[in-house]
Design a protein. Structure first.
Lengths: 233, 233
DNA sequence: TCTGGAAATAATGTATGATGTTGTTTAGAT
DNA sequence: ATCTAAACAACATCATACATTATTTCCAGA
């Protein structure tokens, strides 16, 4: 098995326990980039940081291992999964396979309120005009999640969401090209129109274009960033 | 979030450690049905069974939680994820979205040896003639895995494999209808032919039929079994 | 500069106790 | 006999301490 294993279908309710909050904190730090790719995750260090004993930390790391965000090497402990261009491309392509499936049901069952909600989010995105990348990523996530969250297939939704979080964590860290910004707005608007018209084929077509471009854009930007680092910026 | 969360992208190398073998053992027991759906997983009991302290057991369970095979309730510990018809249907449909994508590359790049390997497995399946369900499931898994395992997208492969293991664990426990047996053999042969002919469209078409039927068949059989249990057999 | 190996570091596993929650059993009141 | 509430047992969860083993660091010596 290569270094790139799968990611996870797991997500259950949060309980108020200590290990859960440590899990949340570490997970957040990984996705937000506070803990960067490949960073070593020392048990005792994390325990100190979170004012707990080592036990809950060990368990949180194992859970993250199960989700694929943390890798273990025997007798060397845990590291943050390195998120390189291949991994991002792979994650993006998995999302690419699932999104049309998730979208289809939404278009078939969307209510007027659903469309209104999409428009509300879209107008927020347009008002923001890419000025706050984190906020933009969140809104973009909300736009897609609105369409998928009520799908009956919780497994598919969960896999999609997990992949989305990984892609989102990257996209806040790369620049968005001007041309891409315009395309995002155009594609979102076209998507809303297709939903309003109840046109499944058109919606899927627009979505294919949208997420295909988005994925390629992130991968390209990541390549640029890595090349720059490699030249020793 | 519903009781059906996602499953996992994680799979890394096995290390020889004790916790790993406990993880393997519990995972095996869940998928093979030794630990049945919804069964309570008591830490101290599992520790005794595996001759270890509680710590490695807790960590193994957290990893399985990350993969979605085990659910935790606060202060009540862990249970085996209940695998009901909805869950199986959902898992099957996720596979349904990913398999054509995985297959495409194989058809485009398959060598004569690859085809020979498929034929070898297929002839074993035909020789076995559905007499040993576990063995049949393994061979069927091998047939598909042969086509996907070298795909560059390890994330997609991992997600597929994990779903396949869940479906496989179910299909060993439900009967295979006579008509379905013939269809399986026919579809596999058609698939091999399409690969040999390097006909991507035809291969995807056959595969769509194949896994769609297979998924529906398992779900139907599961419904029958549950209805029987409900009537109080 | 390179090498060997001691010392420090940290992962991993064991053991045990404290604490809080849950579920059940039991004793007492109605 | 039925209901309630206190007592209890079982268990999850977390903390702490310690043993073992593997890895990494670093320094003396060639």
């Amino acid at each position: 098995m290569s270094a790139h294993g799968p990611i996870s279908l797991a997500a259950d309710k949060d309980n108020g326990s200590s290990s859960s909050s440590i899990y949340d904190a570490i997970r957040h730090d990984i996705l937000s980039g506070v803990l960067e790719a490949n960073a070593r995750l020392k048990i005792s260090e994390l325990a100190k940081r979170h004012n707990s004993s080592t036990n809950p930390v060990r368990e949180a790391l194992q859970q993250l291992r199960g989700e694929g965000l943390v890798l273990f090497t025997p007798n060397q402990g845990a590291r943050v999964r390195p998120i390189d261009t291949e991994f991002v491309r792979d994650v993006a392509e998995v999302g690419y396979q699932l999104e049309p499936y998730l979208l289809k049901l939404f278009v078939e069952t969307a209510s007027a309120e659903d469309v209104a909600e999409l428009e509300r989010i879209q107008s927020e995105i347009e008002a923001l005009n890419f000025e706050d990348k984190t906020r933009h990523t969140d809104l973009n996530h909300a736009f897609h999640e609105t369409m998928y969250e009520r799908h009956y297939n919780r497994v598919a939704f969960g896999v999609w969401k997990q992949h989305r979080e990984i892609l989102g964590s990257i996209s806040t860290r790369v620049p968005i090209a001007i041309g891409r910004q315009e395309a995002i707005l155009r594609e979102h608007r076209a998507l809303i129109e297709a939903v309003r018209a109840q046109d499944v084929d058109q919606a899927v077509k627009v979505l294919d274009q949208h997420i295909g471009d988005a994925g390629r854009h992130v991968v390209d930007q990541l390549r640029i960033a890595q090349a720059r680092r490699h030249r020793g910026s």
